[in-house]
Design a binder for this molecule. Structure first.
Ligand SMILES: C[S@@+](CC[C@H](N)C(=O)[O-])C[C@H]1O[C@@H](n2cnc3c(N)ncnc32)[C@H](O)[C@@H]1O
Length: 287
C-alpha cells in the first residue's frame, strides 16, 4: 500500500482553505452545469420518492404561492405546481440546471438563475405560502437561508427542507481522503460546503428563526455499483461529487480518479460497492 501523508494533507488543506481564490460555490455550479443533461436519469429517478415524501408531509395548500430553492431540473417545483395549481418559482445557481428545468417544466413553473440567498434577499417579506429546498441547502449558507425563508414566508406559511447530511457518502469521502493522503500535492482546492450533521440541527435553526417544526427525520438510502469505475461515473453523474472533481489539480486528476476507483473496490460486498446517501428532512410552519 502506498504511504499516506496525513499531516501534509492536513496542512495543505488548511492552507488552501484560507488562501484559495476560487470559490467552492463556483466549482459546484460548474459541475452541475456539466451533469445537467444526465441528472434526472442518475439522481431524480432514484431519489424522487424521498423528495415526494417531504412534499406529502408539507401538504402544500391549493392556490399556494411557492418558491423552490436550489430547484435543479425542476422536479420538486413541478410537483408543487401540480399539487397547488398556484404560482411556482424555481431558483438555481446553475445555468445548465435551470435550462433543463425550463425545458422540463417551463409551462407549469417560472425558473430563475440565481444564488438562493441572493434571490431570497430580493423578495418582499411575507410573500410566499410555501418554500422548499431539496438536496441543495448544504451548498448555500444554511443559517442565513433559513432566516430568509422565515422572513419571506407568510404567517402560517409552510417550509420543507430535505438534504444530504454531513455523513452522507461517508465511505466515499473516506476513500477520497485516503487518495489525497497518498498524493497531497494533487489537492488544489479545499471544498467548503456546509452540510448539516442531523435534522435536529436544522430544526433548531428553524426554531431560532421563528419557524415551528412539525416533522423531522433522518434516513439513508444505499445503492450498489459493480466496480470502482462505475462508482466514479455514478457519483459524477448525480452531482454527488459536485466540485470534488476540481479539487484535484488537472495534471494529477487521472491518477487520483484511478486510485479512488481502486480504493472504492476494496469496499466491495456480495451485492457490489455500497454507496450510501444519508439525509435529513425538516418540515415546519411560520407561526
Ligand atoms: C443535488 S441538486 C438538487 C436539485 C433539485 N432540488 C432536486 O431535488 O433534484 C443541488 C442543486 O443546488 C444548486 N445549487 C448549488 N448551490 C446553490 C446556490 N448557492 N444557490 C442556488 N442553487 C444552488 C445546484 O446548481 C444544483 O442544481
Amino acid at each position: 500500500m502506498p504511504k499516506r501523508h496525513w499531516m501534509r494533507l492536513a496542512f495543505r488543506a488548511t492552507r488552501l482553505f484560507f488562501t484559495q481564490s476560487e470559490k467552492t460555490g463556483d466549482l459546484v455550479t460548474a459541475s452541475y452545469d456539466h451533469v445537467a443533461p444526465g441528472y434526472d436519469d442518475a439522481w431524480t429517478n432514484h431519489m424522487r420518492h424521498l423528495s415526494l415524501g417531504m412534499i406529502d408531509v408539507l401538504d402544500p395548500p391549493a392556490g399556494a404561492t411557492c418558491l423552490d430553492l436550489t430547484c435543479g431540473t425542476g422536479f420538486v417545483a413541478d410537483q408543487l405546481a401540480q399539487r397547488t395549481g398556484g404560482d411556482v418559482i424555481g431558483v438555481d445557481a446553475s445555468e445548465g440546471m435551470i435550462a433543463r428545468a425550463r425545458r422540463n417544466f417551463g409551462e407549469s413553473c417560472r425558473f430563475f438563475h440565481s444564488d438562493a440567498l441572493e434571490f431570497l434577499r430580493r423578495q418582499a417579506g411575507a410573500s410566499f405560502d410555501v418554500v422548499t429546498c431539496a438536496w441543495g441547502l448544504g451548498y448555500t449558507q444554511p443559517w442565513r437561508v433559513v432566516r430568509e425563508i422565515a422572513r419571506v414566508l407568510k404567517p402560517g406559511g409552510r417550509v420543507g427542507i430535505i438534504d444530504n447530511s454531513l455523513f452522507s457518502l461517508a465511505g466515499v469521502l473516506w476513500a477520497s481522503f485516503q487518495t489525497f493522503a497518498e498524493t497531497p500535492q494533487a489537492l488544489r482546492h479545499a471544498m467548503h460546503v456546509k452540510f448539516l450533521p442531523h435534522s435536529l440541527v436544522l430544526a433548531t435553526m428553524m426554531r431560532l428563526a421563528g419557524l415551528g417544526v412539525q416533522q423531522r427525520e433522518d434516513g439513508a438510502k444505499t445503492y450498489y455499483v459493480p466496480n470502482g469505475q462505475a462508482a466514479l461515473e455514478r457519483l459524477t453523474a448525480t452531482g454527488a461529487a459536485a466540485g470534488f472533481e476540481f479539487a484535484a489539480a488537472e495534471e494529477h486528476r487521472q491518477t487520483i480518479f484511478t486510485r479512488f476507483a481502486e480504493l472504492m473496490e476494496t469496499r466491495t460486498t456480495p451485492k457490489g460497492i455500497p454507496i450510501t446517501h444519508r439525509y435529513l428532512q425538516v418540515v415546519g410552519r411560520k407561526t
